[in-house]
Design a protein around this ligand. Structure first.
Ligand SMILES: Nc1ncnc2c1ncn2[C@@H]1O[C@H](COP(=O)(O)OP(=O)(O)OP(=O)(O)O)[C@@H](O)[C@H]1O
Ligand SMILES: Cc1ncc(COP(=O)(O)O)c(N)n1
Length: 264
């Protein structure tokens, strides 16, 4: 059994965060584990409240996991403050964790802030150092570089800019663009476009979480980064295309689309 760990926040509505990650890992046949960084009271209309764990408790969660069932890959999602980011980086180094995917979650689809303002620098200096792949969306890549993205050429320029301080794979996700959903996988000047058609669906809560945990799942199975990204893109495209419609706001995806639950 391949094993993967998500270090992320809990989403009470089940569409994003650790719930999306564990569903994704499970349907892809990977054993999922979780270290929770924060509880959120959240639904499809927004995030009502956030309750962070202490750095000490996060350390204890990570010690419990790494000293027993060692994960083949790790996905990191919402980490709301710099102290928690430092704990994760320290523990991943201490245990020599492999196949690390960092999704730099800053703001939810519903517009709520999920990371403290000062934490961005720590994300750069601590978490990016241990990551094999980072998966910013367009607004996150803009926030990381201070440059705006209006076209495919801008996506390439911004990926290059991120490449000046990060030497792993950068997956710059194009889902926020209205023309298509092409994502750019970039490393050391090498560009791979991961093609996607824009799907007309307002229910995209948890797309980033689902994509990054699918990448982590495929890495755990032994695929390399480009293969994992291609396979994960296929998974997310199916989950968006299944057009589940739950809740009053931006609803969740159908993580179970591969299991024939399209009648939900
Ligand atoms: N409407 C859409 N049609 C097709 N693919 C999409 C659509 N929206 C997002 N995607 C794809 O979903 C994946 C996640 O990208 P997205 O940019 O939505 O991430 P994100 O903004 O980090 O997600 P989140 O909403 O969880 O923060 C990417 O592969 C992206 O291209
Ligand atoms: C706990 C948690 N983690 C991540 C997200 C981002 O997902 P989205 O941008 O789709 O709201 C979220 N809303 N909640």
């Amino acid at each position: 059994m391949h094993k993967s760990l998500t270090i992320a926040g809990s989403d009470s509505s089940g569409g994003a965060g650790i719930q999306a990650d564990l569903k994704t890992m499970t349907v892809l046949g990977v054993y999922g584990m979780s270290a929770i960084t924060a509880l959120t009271a959240q639904n499809t209309t927004g995030v009502q409240s956030i309750f962070e764990v202490t750095p000490k408790f996060l350390e204890e969660e990570l010690d419990s996991i790494f000293t027993d069932i060692f994960p083949d890959s790790v996905k990191i999602g919402m980490v709301s403050n710099a102290d928690l980011i430092r704990v994760i980086s320290k523990k991943l180094r201490e245990y020599n964790a492999k196949n690390i995917v960092v999704d730099p979650v800053m703001v939810s689809t519903s517009g709520s802030k999920l990371m403290a303002d000062g934490a961005k620098d720590t994300l750069f200096s601590e978490l990016f150092k241990v990551a094999d792949i980072i998966t910013p969306n367009i607004p996150e890549a803009e926030a990381l570089t201070g440059q705006s993205i209006k076209s495919k050429d801008d996506m390439v320029k911004v990926a290059k800019k991120i490449g000046e301080f990060f030497d792993g794979y950068i997956l710059l996700k194009g889902g926020h663009s209205i023309d298509d959903a092409d994502d750019l996988l970039y490393k050391n000047s090498e560009k791979i476009w991961i093609k996607g058609e824009h799907i007309e669906n307002p229910n995209t809560h948890g797309t980033g979480c689902t994509l990054s945990s699918a990448i982590a799942s495929y890495l755990a199975m032994g695929y390399d980064v480009p293969e994992s990204v291609h396979l994960a893109k296929e998974f997310i495209t199916g989950a968006i295309s299944a057009k589940l419609d739950l809740g009053k706001g931006r609803g969740p995806l159908n993580h179970m689309w591969k299991m024939g639950s399209e009648n939900l």
